[in-house]
Design a protein around this ligand. Structure first.
Ligand SMILES: [Zn+2]
Length: 177
């Protein structure tokens, strides 16, 4: 099926507004646009739930509004998420946006962490980045983050729901495919 880009429902904008008020005050000055992409893309063997990018001069003429940043969300995956995961996804994308102090313009930053699971399994929190995030991960485990105990997504046309136990088993299968 051809990939389509379309307007997001009001819900997305309402969640974003709430998150900006709560956690991202600095983004009040930033003009952020959201669009749905009908199907998640795959990048580096991983499903892309969302992307956040600067609006380049090349894209600008295609947009009706003057925007600084464009957030693209995978509609098919979004549809499978419960409200807390939707919030987590949008919050995640908003975390990518930063003000470039040199130019005063808006730009994006990379994730706090980018690591292979097996490296953590073998060496633990071996890098500064991991150490930095380790505490937050440990806390999430302790609290068991009860609101998100299951993750539903689509893989090869099948809707898969995972909890902590079945996740480990299924990861192996997914790695193989
Ligand atoms: Zn990201």
């Amino acid at each position: 099926m051809a990939i389509e880009y379309k307007e997001v429902p009001h819900e997305v904008l309402a969640i974003a507004q709430e998150l900006i008020d709560q956690y991202h005050e600095q983004l009040k000055e930033c003009k952020i646009g959201f669009v749905f992409r009908s199907e998640a893309s795959i990048s580096g063997g991983k499903m892309v739930l969302g992307t956040t990018g600067k609006v380049t001069e090349k894209i600008k003429p295609l947009l009706s509004d003057e925007l600084d940043i464009l957030i693209v969300l995978a509609e098919d995956q979004y549809a499978l998420m419960n409200s807390l995961r939707r919030k987590a996804l949008i919050d995640h994308e908003l975390c990518h946006i930063v003000n470039n102090l040199n130019t005063g313009g808006w730009t994006t930053k990379a994730h706090d962490i980018n690591e292979f699971k097996e490296i953590v399994e073998r060496y633990g929190l071996w890098s500064y980045d991991l150490m930095n995030i380790g505490e937050a991960v440990a806390k999430a485990y302790q609290l068991e983050m009860p609101a998100i105990t299951e993750v539903t997504f689509e893989h090869k046309g099948q809707v898969v729901t995972l909890n902590a136990e079945s996740r480990r088993k299924l990861e192996k299968t997914l790695e193989g495919g």
